[in-house]
Unconditional design. Structure first.
Length: 218
């Protein structure tokens, strides 16, 4: 199976099905509290990571986020850790525009972002904890690109997979992607069968009975 096929399969799912698949396999699942701030599109792809720290006055040769944009291939997703506790955005309008030109699938920020209206105008997907008008200048800086980071309570490594939609954000370790996709496809098939049964007149209490409650058991 090629990488593109895995991303295509992931994009055909939704965050809930993938989260359920991770639960079924005993793997860490969804990150809660992340909000889709722009567009209505689902984001799915492989990950480039960026880690932020408090600004200590160390000079930086590049603006935060620019390395990740330049490293990204079309369809990849930038994921940023901004867990400093400082109210400052690590993503803004110029970055959204540059990322859209490079056909980055979207950005996911564990922390604040800004220039949300601009990103919406560019039809660029932004997921984040919150929005702020406060600049990163003098407050936070980039520590590293493409290193393991923490988003919520999930460790995210460069090259992992992610899916994000209106329900939340779900990361899948690269080593587990095939079995997670297989499990998610099976869950979706069962849920489609349930919808078909409801259309045929089966009572909801029967459709969502014991078999449904046991669906995620190993």
């Amino acid at each position: 199976m090629t990488l593109d096929n895995r991303v295509t399969r992931l994009a055909a799912l939704d965050a809930c099905a993938v989260s359920d698949a991770l639960d079924k396999l005993g793997l860490p699942s969804a990150v809660t509290g992340m909000h889709r701030l722009t567009t209505s599109r689902r984001v799915a792809g492989r990950v480039h990571t960026v880690q932020m720290i408090a600004d200590d006055g160390t000079p930086s040769a590049q603006h935060l986020g620019t390395r990740a944009i330049e490293a990204s291939a079309p369809g990849e997703v930038i994921v940023m850790e901004q867990r400093t506790g400082i109210d400052a955005a690590c993503w803004g309008g110029n970055l959204s525009f540059a990322a859209s030109l490079r056909q980055v699938a979207g950005v996911i920020v564990d922390g604040p972002v800004r220039d949300v209206d601009e990103a919406r105008d560019y039809d660029f997907p932004v997921f984040a904890r919150s929005a702020t008008a406060r600049t990163a200048r003098g407050r936070i800086r980039e520590a590293a690109t493409d290193v393991p980071i923490t988003v919520g309570d999930i460790t995210v490594a460069p090259g992992d997979f992610v899916i994000a939609d209106g329900s939340g954000v779900v990361f899948i370790p690269a080593a587990d992607i095939t079995r997670v996709l297989d499990a998610a496809d099976a869950i979706v098939a069962k849920e489609r069968a349930m919808i078909a049964a409801l259309k045929e007149g089966t009572p909801i209490s029967e459709v969502m009975g014991r078999n449904y409650e046991m669906m995620l058991k190993p």
